[in-house]
Design a protein around this ligand. Structure first.
Ligand code: NAP
Length: 313
């Protein structure tokens, strides 16, 4: 436990997978003197009260941010603008306002105009998650050995950026700084496009006439199962991601379609050499990811029970 918390009061707007994980990790690491949270529905707020992992559950966003030194929006990307507008007049001067949205350009565009000059706006994206959502889904180890990308606007207060970096580092993450546009391009290929492919292929399998649903379920270990896990991700969150990162996703989708056409052609022509060369290259990428500690050979890496085995650095 830290002797002196990094932030006397932290407000988490939204308590789902990410908000709930931040609360649990911040409490475990002693980085917040007091943690206040809220959620949109009375049902979630009641559940968070029951869970007892925060100091106070506020009824409204406005009440939650009062006197908070760090305000973290842990809500779908599309809700960030309206919530920023709502809380803006109630923020403590000098407070750091941040978010966890999976898209950064749109969040900066939607939030920044509402925030007063007296607060420091430092957008962030912890690149860590599971397909689960809701107040029970979070766990303290989610961010360990994962990256958290900060996208501070030009001219941001260096002290505020350093404090937010220290917060995420204390939660176990490794921190990198990027521009919002670069973040959106990188995440379009590493996260958004894979989700789109998973949503597509699971839908396609479901609509197939020749293969029954029970066969799809029964033989899912042949690759399909991994797609179904990704395709189980929260529909609201992912709707917002694709709406908010439209340009970068369309750009990556264009390149993807060209590459898919090349592989299609290789299959049609029986070009085994082209297929072998491609699959060898992609296998090396997978091995590289395992080598840098961003996944393990275990199929359930990233699940709560597997986290104890994770190394921190
Ligand atoms: P989640 O589990 O669905 O939780 C979302 C929370 O936001 C819920 O508590 C919800 O309240 C609350 N909420 C929604 N609109 C709100 C509003 N207008 N005011 C106050 N609270 C509101 O979602 P999540 O997975 O934690 O995702 C949250 C954010 O993290 C998203 O922006 C997402 O892009 C980002 N992110 C997600 C992942 C991931 O893998 N899931 C990874 C990195 C970043 P109710 O429960 O009452 O509806």
């Amino acid at each position: 436990m830290n002797a002196q918390p990094l932030f006397p009061r932290v407000a988490l707007i939204g308590f789902g997978l990410i908000g709930g994980s931040i609360a649990r990790a911040a409490r475990a690491q002693g980085v917040a003197g007091e943690i206040v949270t809220t959620a949109r529905s009375a049902r979630t707020r009641a559940r968070v009260t029951e869970l007892g992992v925060v100091d106070r559950v506020a009824e409204t966003n406005i009440d939650a941010v009062k006197d908070a030194d760090l305000v973290v929006l842990c809500i779908p990307v599309g809700a960030c603008g309206p919530v920023a507008r709502e809380i803006a007049p109630h923020l403590k001067p000098g407070a750091i306002v941040t978010d966890v949205g999976s898209v950064k350009g749109a969040v900066v565009r939607d939030m920044a105009p509402h925030l007063p000059a007296a607060v420091h706006f430092v957008p962030a994206h912890p690149v860590a998650g599971t397909e689960h959502s809701g107040p029970d889904s979070g766990f303290a180890e989610l961010f360990i050995n994962r990256w958290c990308i900060l996208t501070p606007p030009e001219g941001s207060d260096a002290g505020a950026v350093a404090r937010l970096r220290a917060f995420w580092t204390a939660l176990g993450a490794r921190v990198e700084i990027m521009t919002p546009d670069h973040h959106d391009l990188v995440l379009a290929i590493t996260s958004h496009l894979p989700h789109l492919i998973a949503y597509t292929i699971v839908g396609t399998a479901e609509e197939l006439g020749q293969v029954t649903s029970s066969e799809v379920m029964k033989f899912s270990a042949g690759g399909f199962r991994d797609f179904t896990r990704i395709a189980a991700s929260d529909p609201i969150m992912w709707r917002d991601v694709f709406l908010a990162n439209k340009e970068a996703v369309l750009e990556m989708l264009g390149t993807f379609n060209e590459d898919l056409s090349k592989l299609t052609r290789a299959i049609r022509r029986g070009d085994g050499e082209a297929l072998f060369e491609h699959f060898t290259r992609t296998r090396a990428i997978r091995r590289g990811i395992v080598e840098i500690g961003q996944d393990s050979a275990a199929p359930d890496f990233g699940r709560p029970h597997a986290n104890l085995a994770r190394k921190t650095d």
